[in-house]
Design a protein around this ligand. Structure first.
Ligand code: ZN
Length: 279
């Protein structure tokens, strides 16, 4: 297995089955990771999660989870804030049983407010979640704040690094989605564009951030408002090879989850590019 694992966001297209089957399928085709998608709610019981977690451990497939989409850690209504804690907790419990980390979430939406108005709410919601995780003895599961693709969403690179600073890398790790960055913040074309991101993370969070990182990769279409949709590989929007080069030169190890419509097929392509760059 390479030091960077690759895997699909969800059950591979070629696998007609459950998460358990999907883990075996990833192993069979030569992938080393998979993200379990709870984007439309956590519907996996603890027994199933434990069983899948056991299988993943046995086959050495590293798991992570994606939290429900409707989480909004800086919602204006108290009810929505507590629902966000509840959704994060449901995912955290499933992740704990699965042996998965991090649980990736989209922080929230500015909804007409400035980032600094939203930040205290975000911190409060995440602190509540981390306290509850502690209370329940959920260990080894980090929150993964994703770099979001729309200008209206909390979660640019500085904001997710800031959250890691606040809670510590072990409890909250930044999850760079390179497609989202490409769409939202700046066009990623060459090595130096990717280098800037990795250096910013290293300079702010230290070398610990280079070990066991977690990220998303997809090609993407975009408008002035940011991301439109995820695309399969082939157009270099953004390209992966320069990023693979920077990962190798900076000695990063961790996981790359492929979020293109072709899931495992493109994950294998990304892995192939990475291996070729390593030689
Ligand atoms: Zn996401």
């Amino acid at each position: 297995m390479p030091e960077i694992r690759f895997g699909p966001a969800g059950i591979p297209l070629g696998c007609e089955g459950t998460t358990l089957d999907a883990i075996s399928y990833c192993k069979k085709i030569g992938l080393g990771a998979m993200e379990v998608e709870f984007v439309r709610g956590v519907k996996m019981g603890s027994e199933k999660a434990l069983e899948a977690g056991k299988k993943a451990k046995e086959l050495d497939i590293k798991l992570s989870c994606h939290c429900p989409y409707w989480i909004n850690c800086c919602a204006k209504e108290e009810q929505k804030l507590s629902a966000s804690v509840r959704n994060l907790m449901e995912t955290a419990r499933a992740a704990f049983a699965l042996g998965a980390s991090p649980i990736v979430f989209h922080t929230g939406f500015y909804m007409g407010r400035t980032p600094s108005q939203c930040r205290p709410l975000v911190l409060q919601t995440l602190q509540k979640t981390l306290d509850k995780m502690d209370e329940e003895g959920i260990k080894g599961v980090a929150l993964g704040a994703e770099l979001t693709g729309k200008h209206s969403a909390y979660g640019n690179l500085e904001e997710i690094i800031d959250l890691s600073h606040e809670f510590g890398l072990k409890k909250l790790q930044p999850v760079v989605d390179y497609g989202h960055y490409h769409a939202r913040i700046g066009r990623l074309r060459e090595k130096k564009d990717f280098e800037k991101i990795l250096s910013q993370i290293e300079n702010s969070l230290g070398s610990a951030a280079t070990k066991d990182f977690h990220c998303h990769f997809s090609e993407i279409s975009y408008s002035d408002a940011g991301e439109l949709s995820h695309l399969e590989l082939g157009k270099d929007e953004p390209p992966f090879a320069p990023l693979a080069k920077v990962f190798i030169e900076h000695g990063w190890s961790g996981k790359v989850i492929c979020e293109t419509p072709l899931l495992e097929q493109d994950a294998l392509k990304l892995q192939k590019i990475y291996i070729a760059e390593k030689r």
